[in-house]
Design a binder for this molecule. Structure first.
Ligand SMILES: NC(=O)c1ccc[n+]([C@@H]2O[C@H](COP(=O)([O-])OP(=O)(O)OC[C@H]3O[C@@H](n4cnc5c(N)ncnc54)[C@H](OP(=O)(O)O)[C@@H]3O)[C@@H](O)[C@H]2O)c1
Length: 262
């Protein structure tokens, strides 16, 4: 799909974020011109990894925008053929019921669908589960921190299951959703549903010498038996990277960036 974006201008909101940074990277490598919104363009921790991407010098433009400031996205979106809207706080604290985060995502998606209907906009939503894989940005994002916590001396692991999905698959799905004419509706992205105990055992296979939490905080770990269909995402040409590979790449990236030392 190289050069599929040549001559096209798109906006990525929250561009310095974990998922969005990969999205900007893949858009630039496909030839797109990218108008990227960040909250603080003068903060190198938020922009340096973006401006040093291949193609950025010629085709990346940074804009300052905050969701809490009415109208602040207007100039970033102006003249774009597509908008990839990822800006939002991301929250995965497993000790907290997280209900406000889940509610915020549900309300935001609902509002987007209502607005699209009202204004006749063509939208597609991508709903990934827990996203892991290598980091482009220098700061730690919340979902990579979930893996870091397990290799950083924790004594127990939470009694929680999540769907897991690889960050590059998520970024690519966004682009495919824009490029594939038949893309429509919602795409739930889960490569595998796994309990923390599964994640710990994969980590043990990969890194037998690394101390890992030995037990679950709860005496009765609830192991899920459900799965999420992969059929719809296949129609966008996405063939998921397996969880074991995503975990390995997350750990290697955390090591490379100095978040963990072994
Ligand atoms: N990571 C996951 O596991 C996961 C799973 C499902 C859905 N998601 C969703 O995917 C999107 C990106 O997540 P991520 O993991 O890439 O998160 P991230 O690394 O924390 O990035 C979030 C981005 O949103 C921006 N942002 C936060 N509040 C904002 C505001 N008030 N105005 C403008 N921008 C704001 C942040 O800007 P600054 O850089 O200025 O702080 C940051 O660039 C979010 O909508 C998240 O809810 C993530």
């Amino acid at each position: 799909m190289a050069n599929s974006g040549e001559g096209k201008v798109v906006c990525v909101t929250g561009a310095s974020g974990y998922i969005a940074s990969w999205l900007v990277h893949f858009l630039l490598s496909r030839g797109y011109t990218v108008k990227a919104s960040v909250r603080d363009p003068s903060d190198p921790k938020k922009t340096q990894h973006l401006v040093s991407l291949e193609g950025a010098k010629e085709r990346l433009h940074l804009y300052e925008a905050d969701l809490l400031v009415e109208g602040s996205f207007d100039s970033a979106i102006d003249g774009c053929q597509g908008v990839f809207h990822t800006a939002s706080p991301c929250y995965t604290d497993v000790k907290d019921p997280q209900m406000w985060y889940v509610l915020s995502k549900t309300l935001a998606e609902d509002a987007a669908w209502k607005l699209a209907k009202e204004k006749g906009l063509d939208i597609v939503t991508i709903n990934p589960a827990m996203v892991i894989g290598p980091l482009l940005q220098p700061t730690l994002n919340t979902s990579a921190a979930v893996v870091l916590n397990l290799i950083n001396g924790a004594k127990t692991f939470p009694n929680v299951s999540f769907g897991w999905v690889y960050v590059k698959d998520v970024a690519n799905a966004h682009i495919q959703a824009f490029e594939v004419p038949s893309a429509n509706g919602r795409y739930c992205m889960v490569e595998r549903v796994a309990h923390y105990s599964d994640i710990v055992s994969i980590l043990h296979d990969l890194y037998p010498n690394v101390p890992l939490p030995e037990s679950c905080v709860d005496e009765n770990p609830y192991i899920p038996t459900y799965q999420v269909s992969k059929e719809k995402i296949k129609s966008l040409g996405i063939d998921y990277i397996p969880l074991k590979v995503s975990i390995k790449e997350t750990v290697e990236s955390l090591k490379k960036k100095g978040f963990v030392n072994f």
